[in-house]
Ligand binder design. Structure first.
Ligand SMILES: [Zn+2]
Length: 227
């Protein structure tokens, strides 16, 4: 096994079998740069994002730590009909992942999340990662396609009070809605949500993100004016 990776055991949420999957050791994950939507660029592709999705080799169920652990019987049946029935046993996701296999694993997770009706912020997070993966590939068309899906699901989660269990403070989602809107060319929504972030001004621990939102707000305004 590659020294930068170690093996963990995971139980499939659907068929319950135990399988092995890999994780990168954090000391090997070296951040070279960060984008304004929090996308990290890692040295030598030892990238923790690649391994956040677990793919069951037996049934094809693809999930992350954020998925609901209990699946309803009707959902299991739907998953069986749409995925498991056509799945043949495969182990390629249990080894070191390339950008290509990471994209496949996340697409499987996005498909699974839609079938099991995962929380909107979970679906948004998967789409956001896919957008970043296409950014690594310099495939702008697909990057924007997945950033749009992410933005729409974050917006839905925020507006429909669907943030239960969300791993970060609410301000992060407001910032991401603003930032992703700017990237997909929806400046009106971008300015509105980045301005909302700055309302958190008085809370000391949000200082960095408030300042970043203000910087982004001004640069989007500037760009719009220059056009
Ligand atoms: Zn399974």
């Amino acid at each position: 096994m590659v020294a930068s990776l170690y093996s963990i055991k995971v139980n499939c949420l659907n068929c319950n079998i135990e399988f092995e999957t890999l994780k990168p050791r954090s000391k090997f994950c070296i951040v070279l740069s960060k984008d304004t939507d929090f996308c990290n660029h890692y040295k030598d592709y030892v990238n923790p994002y690649f391994y956040e999705v677990y793919v069951c080799p037996q049934c094809g169920f693809a999930f992350t730590e954020n998925f609901n652990e209990k699946l309803r019987e009707d959902v299991k049946r739907e998953f069986y009909e749409k995925v498991a029935l056509k799945w043949y046993k495969r182990y390629q996701y249990s080894f070191a992942r390339t950008l290509g296999t990471a994209i496949e694993a996340y697409k499987l997770a996005l498909l699974t999340a839609n079938i099991v009706k995962e929380k909107d912020w979970v679906i948004a997070g998967l789409a956001l990662r896919l957008g970043w993966f296409y950014r690594y590939q310099k495939n702008l068309g697909n990057e924007l396609k997945f950033l749009t899906i992410a933005r729409d699901y974050y917006l839905k989660a925020y507006n429909e009070d669907g943030l239960r269990g969300y791993e970060n403070p609410e301000i992060t989602i407001l910032y991401l809605i603003g930032e992703l809107s700017a990237r997909i060319g929806d400046n009106e929504t971008a300015l509105k949500y980045l301005a909302k972030v700055t309302e958190y001004e008085s809370r000391e621990f949000h200082k960095a993100i408030v300042n970043q939102a203000r910087d982004r707000w001004y640069s989007i305004k500037e760009l719009a004016r220059a056009k």
